[in-house]
Write a protein that binds this ligand. Structure first.
Ligand code: AMP
Length: 458
């Protein structure tokens, strides 16, 4: 769960990168950073917190250059520490390199051990640093060393790399995480989501293909493919929950996918009678609209969200997480009193949010709550960069449907079927391992350690 951005050959590169990090902020709030290239060197600044905490006008001025990359981080491996903030910048035998990574490598600890056995000194605990070391250890020139490094790593990576001369963007052969190419005048832009392109008025060119490396130098683009020996496996959860609805992700409008998920759920919940359909804001809004249109049950705003509280998930303890839900979501009593409601959300992870919401809807006088979730039960951890807890903390891994319903405290609970979710998301080539345990890469004990290291457990 990270956002990346890069712009090559633009005099305002640092400012544009800074603005774009705001558009990508939902992808990570733990740290932010920008690196820029000027006169054969790379300057950078990283800090803990959201973009506005980390950068001042003065800081951005100091980063002015001809090209820049930026990163927002939500840790999935490596702890929450400034050393893990990206872009990571290193002096190597290929010159100075800055790297921003979204995704999670599945063989990083093995690679790290091999490199450390050969004397490498790591400065961070992120999997991303292994990529820099591999490039630095490469035998050939920079391009050959990069390709060798990418062939050695497994798992999920969308990368943006900056050198004083060029910018490079790469996507893993399975295409787990999104990465798109845009154009602003004579400058190429790469970023996780198209919403960042729209913000800076860049046009959308295309996706960076799974297994593609693009080298961009003075506005000229060269594309290279690394061998693909595995099927494409895009993260379906990007469409269900993670990406912004105003983005195109994997070539699909996220908002229309979420509406389709809501329509599909309405089909599967046909028997449920209610006075109104309401979303858990903000993530449930497009799905609840789709549900309402399909079912002809009126859409209502039954919960108001405060935008001044950060994600509930980054609260350190269970008790504080629960209070944070109250702070964030407040029921609209006049809309709810005496009503039978269908409550739509995209997913249930631990059940904490849903339980608190159900409780506050009851306190507001709601008569019946029928909960609809636009994805199947999450039963297994993600090893590819979505921050999910260890399997034991996933409520659907531990309890039956009726036990979850009772825990949350709703009158009925409906999850969208896997088939309907995949169809609404556009058909095929998705990773659905968090719902099925069908991991598209080998799994190992090492990865079990990795899972659950992220924000949920802190
Ligand atoms: P929970 O209360 O633990 O079941 O959390 C469910 C809520 O968290 C839903 O409203 C989801 O939109 C949201 N959510 C799902 N996955 C994640 C995640 N990986 N990080 C943060 N929030 C999430």
């Amino acid at each position: 769960m990270c956002g990346i951005f890069g712009i090559e050959n633009h005099p305002d590169s640092a400012h544009l990168t800074y603005l774009s990090l705001f558009a990508l902020q939902h992808r990570g709030q733990e740290s932010a950073g920008i690196a820029s290239a000027l006169n054969g060197n790379i300057n950078f600044h990283t800090g803990m917190g959201i973009t506005s905490d980390v950068f001042s006008e003065k800081r951005i001025e100091k980063l002015s250059g001809v090209s820049a990359i930026g990163h927002v981080r939500y840790s999935t491996t490596g702890s929450s520490h400034i050393k893990n903030a990206q872009p990571l910048v290193s002096k190597t035998r290929h010159g100075v390199l800055a790297l921003g990574h979204n995704g999670n490598l599945t063989n990083a600890s093995i690679i790290r051990k091999n490199l450390e056995d050969r004397g490498a000194i790591f400065h961070s605990s992120t999997d991303s640093e292994a990529i820099l070391h591999l490039i630095a250890h490469g035998k050939g020139d920079f391009e050959e060393s990069l390709i060798e490094a990418l062939k050695a790593i497994e798992g999920a990576y969308s990368l943006v790399i900056l050198t004083p001369e060029q910018m490079i963007a790469c996507r893993d052969p399975q295409g787990f995480r999104p990465l798109v190419l845009g154009k602003l005048g004579e400058s190429y832009v790469v970023t996780s989501e198209t919403t960042a392109l729209s913000l800076i008025k860049a046009s959308y060119v295309r996706e960076i293909e799974p297994g593609e490396i693009v080298f961009i130098k003075k506005g000229i683009l060269k594309s290279v493919k690394i061998p693909i020996d595995k099927a494409v496996s895009r993260c379906v959860f990007e469409l269900v929950y993670f990406s912004r609805p105003d983005s195109l992700v994997f070539g699909k409008g996220v908002q229309s996918v979420r509406q389709a998920l809501g329509r599909a759920l309405a089909q599967e919940m046909k028997g449920v009678r209610a006075d109104l359909v309401m979303p858990v804001p903000d993530s449930g809004v497009p799905a609840a609209l789709g549900f309402s249109r399909e079912s002809q049950i009126p859409f209502e705003v039954g919960l108001v969200r405060s935008h001044y509280i950060s994600r509930t998930f980054i609260r350190p303890s269970q008790a504080l997480r629960e209070i944070a839900v109250d702070l964030k979501l407040s029921p609209v009593k006049e809309a709810l009193k005496g009503k039978k409601v269908i409550l739509i959300d995209d997913s249930i992870v631990r059940g904490t949010t849903s339980r608190k919401i159900a409780q506050s809807l009851r306190e507001a006088g709601t008569r019946e709550i029928h909960m609809g979730i636009t994805s199947p039960p999450i039963i297994s951890s993600c090893y590819y960069g979505i921050d999910t807890p260890k399997s034991e903390a996933l409520i659907a891994n531990q309890r039956s449907l009726d036990e979850i319903r009772q825990f949350i405290g709703v009158d009925s609970l409906h999850y969208l079927s896997l088939e309907a979710m995949i169809e609404a998301a556009g058909g095929s080539h998705f990773c659905d391992a968090c719902f099925t345990k069908n991991y598209p890469t080998p799994t190992s004990d090492q990865m079990m350690v990795v899972a659950g290291k992220g924000g949920l457990e802190r």
